[in-house]
Design a protein around this ligand. Structure first.
Ligand code: OSB
Ligand code: MG
Length: 373
């Protein structure tokens, strides 16, 4: 049973150690929306909303999520007796369209709170069985090919089990061919286009088939399954969908249409853990492998991703790099680390498994708002 009496919202600004560029935009820092949920019984939990400053990846931004939480979402939870964390998704979804990232921050926060209340690691509450998560790195578009090759080489030397390379029409086939040449046939490489192509570019994408990529992520438009299905018919390399999979229904549509053969699950994109688990279970039953994507989360959002990735069908390495890949200093202790290509699931601590550094967060905070029942 959850009964929230208070939610504290804050925005922190956290500079990235290096800029991260994808086909549709670039990040130099993150404007991160954090929530702290307080239960009437004294328990509390932090959560992170994975929205950004600009609608580059999703139409949601921090400036849409904030008022949506204040005005429409938080009032549905505050002061109400909620039977279980598993019920929160439906409470937030009913008659409120979209805004999955805003919903997910609250929904996942309730799962974090339930784990804390139960004195149980979050991964266990989700039903996770893995103790370690195979880790991949997502490399942004680099200024030139030489830089890309040295980044890939460095990532493989660090032990990353998958290297995802962002592509766009002027930095794709030739660049990836050179990378493949330089790092050999065995390196686990994939590409992520973030919607940079149309079906008119099919030949360019088919040219990637010779490079033995693990998958090509989301080449076509964010809401398009039909054209991804047409493309998959012509490609040997499996397509992996990210932006297009916003719910269990879309995952089912993907399988029905054969629009993709792998799913990158980001809990924020699908409205939280209940949908993430439903998609995971559906994919497991249909032999569709999944892996956990990332949104350049702070150590708080990362804790939720690590817990999710402990479920059995997360058989491919996730975009779950250690804290030091992103930040000079993270907002949690201990920071997330990688050892021999895996991140350990914190199974020895209840709740999200890391301590939140409140003093550091206070120093980074640029706005707060307190919501009460
Ligand atoms: O498409 O997976 C993506 C970051 C921001 C927006 C979209 C994406 C990404 C990443 C980053 O690939 C993965 C990470 O958090 O390391
Ligand atoms: Mg992606």
């Amino acid at each position: 049973m959850i009964r929230l009496d208070r939610i504290v919202m804050r925005e922190i600004r956290l500079p990235l150690r290096e800029p991260f560029r994808i086909s549709s935009g670039e990040w130099n820092h993150r404007r991160i929306l954090l929530l702290e949920l307080f239960d009437q019984d004294g328990a509390s939990a932090w959560s992170e909303c994975v929205v950004d400053d600009a609608p580059i990846y999703s139409y949601e931004t921090i400036d849409t999520a904030w008022p949506t939480i204040v005005r429409f979402l938080a009032p549905r939870l505050l002061g109400r007796a909620i039977e279980s964390h598993t019920a929160v998704h439906d409470i937030l979804e009913r008659d409120i369209r979209g805004h999955h990232m805003a919903k997910a921050a609250l929904e996942m926060g309730c799962w974090g709170l339930a784990a804390t209340q139960a004195g149980m690691p979050l991964a266990r509450l989700l039903g996770g069985t893995r103790t370690h998560i195979a880790t991949g790195i997502s490399l942004g578009i680099q200024k030139d090919l030489t830089t890309l090759i040295s980044k890939v080489t460095e990532a493989l030397a660090l032990g990353y089990q998958k290297v995802k390379i962002k592509i766009a029409p002027r930095s794709d086939v030739e660049w990836l061919a050179a990378v493949r040449q330089s790092c050999g046939d065995d390196a686990h490489l994939m590409a992520d286009a973030n919607n940079a192509y149309t079906l008119d570019d099919a030949e360019r994408l088919i040219a990637l088939d010779s490079l033995n990529l693990m998958m090509i992520e989301q080449p076509l438009a964010c809401d398009d399954l039909v054209r991804h299905a047409a493309l998959q018919k012509r490609l040997r390399t499996p397509l992996c969908l990210d932006e297009s999979i916003t719910s269990l229904d879309r995952a089912q549509d993907m399988v029905t249409l054969d629009a993709g053969r792998i799913i990158n699950i980001k809990p924020g994109r699908v409205g939280g853990f209940a949908q993430s688990i439903a998609i995971h279970d559906y994919c497991e039953a249909h032999e569709i492998p999944v892996w956990c994507g990332g949104m350049l989360e702070s150590g708080i959002g990362r804790a939720y991703n690590v817990a999710l990735a402990s479920l059995s069908n997360f058989t491919l390495p996730g975009d779950l790099s250690p804290s030091a890949r992103y930040w000079a200093q993270d907002v949690v202790t201990p920071e997330w680390t990688m050892d021999r290509g895996v991140v350990a699931v914190p199974l020895d601590r209840p709740g999200i498994g890391v301590e939140v550094d409140r003093a550091r967060i206070d120093a980074l905070t640029v706005r707060t708002e307190e919501l009460r029942a």
